[in-house]
Design a protein around this ligand. Structure first.
Ligand SMILES: Nc1nc2c(c(=O)[nH]1)N[C@H]1C(S)=C(S)[C@@H](COP(=O)(O)O)O[C@H]1N2
Ligand SMILES: [Mo]
Length: 388
């Protein structure tokens, strides 16, 4: 596979869009400098299609061109498709263990707050070879605490549950009996997490300065800075405050990690929920200008400061990458660049690893061997590139 120039990148994008949703040409050109070309990743599946269905889209990190993911490139995934919501008829209900149950229109919520938050997230299932379930946005909305304070949490309120307007039939198994019941997409968090000031969960109605699209949960979605995508409930329609833990499918069952951990000197097999982002980096894009190649690494974590990002080419030494000054927000993704001089023609392996300020190092794939389920794969990703 030869190096792609601008026109070829465009053709690939158009073909992919035509294969997926013919009506949506939402795979846009990368902003390349004069003479800069994208170097292909040979590990990408030849049939890779960034828009395989009208309600599913992956971000092609080879098109990475700005700190914020444009709304028509932001990945989208969900369980029950995109619900039809009439913005004028839309209401957010807040009820349960509150002193004053509330119903808000989108205009009322807008008047309650118009603050900004930069947050990046990935789906907990994001992984090699494509790593396309990832994005970074500038969100506008109301802090969750403002809305909860307006309703007033009662003393015994311990668990805050968030429901989307999207619903579907689910089978709930109980000791050999299956019950088919309607469910809403639901996620929860403890009261202390919901009211925390840093990071403060956020109810967003705009992305990058424009109203949310239905892909991102219009008219309102939850954004939990520093956490994976699953808790970021789209088409948020209800907040239910309760005392007991919420045991819905997408909270306790579907999004779960099973891994072996040494606890009290013994290997224990533990199941954990999907919450904060694990420390992760991967080379998202390689470009060529003249004889120089540039590796751009995407870094995401729970907001813990980053100490360093290093890259390695083939069996060479680890080399320091440089932080891109446009991506410094605590809960946003960070881009790190490395200029690779003297690359020789042929296939090469490029890999990155990030270390945070506490000294935690991104694990290798071998170090994650005791993680049985595929979610939360933050392992170092050796990527194959073809230099021409
Ligand atoms: N209402 C609702 N919200 C949802 C989901 C869903 O199925 N329904 N999926 C979650 C998952 S698993 C992810 S990864 C993110 C994806 O957000 P995005 O489509 O804006 O990228 O939405 C989350 N919020
Ligand atoms: Mo997800």
């Amino acid at each position: 596979m030869a190096e792609m120039n601008r026109r070829e990148v465009m053709k690939t994008g158009l073909a992919a869009a035509a294969l997926g949703a013919a009506s949506r040409l939402d795979w846009i050109l990368p902003a390349l400098a004069q003479g800069e070309t994208v170097v292909p990743f040979t590990e990408f599946p030849p049939t890779f299609n960034p828009a395989p269905a009208v309600d599913r889209r992956l971000f092609d990190t080879r098109t990475l061109s700005s700190a914020f993911t444009p709304k028509d490139q932001f990945f989208t995934t969900q369980h029950y498709g995109h619900p039809e919501i009439d913005a004028a008829a839309y209401r957010l209900k807040v009820g349960g263990l509150v002193t004053t149950p509330k119903v808000f229109t989108i205009d009322e919520l807008r008047k309650m707050g118009s603050t900004e938050l930069i947050a990046g997230f990935e789906c907990s299932g994001n992984r090699r070879p494509v790593q396309g379930l990832i994005g970074n946005g500038r969100w506008t909305g109301v802090p969750l605490k403002t809305v909860l304070d307006a309703a007033g949490l009662k003393a015994d309120a311990q668990e805050i549950v968030f429901f989307g307007a999207d619903r579907g039939k689910e089978t709930v198994a109980f000791r050999g009996t299956n019950f088919d019941v309607e469910q809403q997409y639901g996620r929860s968090m403890p009261r202390a997490r919901a009211l925390a000031s840093d990071p403060a969960p956020f109810l967003a109605y705009a992305l990058n300065g424009e109203p949310l699209t239905k892909h991102q949960g219009a008219p309102l979605r939850l954004v939990v800075p520093g956490w994976y995508g699953a808790p970021n409930v789209k088409w948020l329609s209800e907040i239910v405050v309760q005392q007991d833990p919420y045991l819905g499918k997408f909270q306790t069952h579907w999004y779960r990690t099973l891994k072996g951990e040494m606890i009290n000197g013994e290997m224990k097999w533990v199941e954990t929920g999907i919450t904060h982002l694990q420390l992760k980096s991967f080379v998202g894009r390689v470009t060529k200008t003249g004889d120089d190649h540039k590796l751009t690494t995407i870094v995401l974590n729970d907001g813990t400061p980053i100490k360093s990002v290093e890259v390695k080419i083939d069996d060479g030494p680890w080399q320091m990458a440089t932080a891109d000054p446009s991506t410094t927000a605590k809960y946003g993704w960070k881009l790190y660049n490395y200029t690779w001089k003297g690359a020789t023609a042929g296939e090469h392996t490029v890999i990155s690893r990030v270390t945070d300020a506490t000294g935690k190092v991104q694990p290798t794939e071998a170090e994650l061997a005791n993680k049985k389920t595929f979610l939360e794969d933050n392992s170092q990703h050796p990527r194959k590139v073809m230099i021409s």
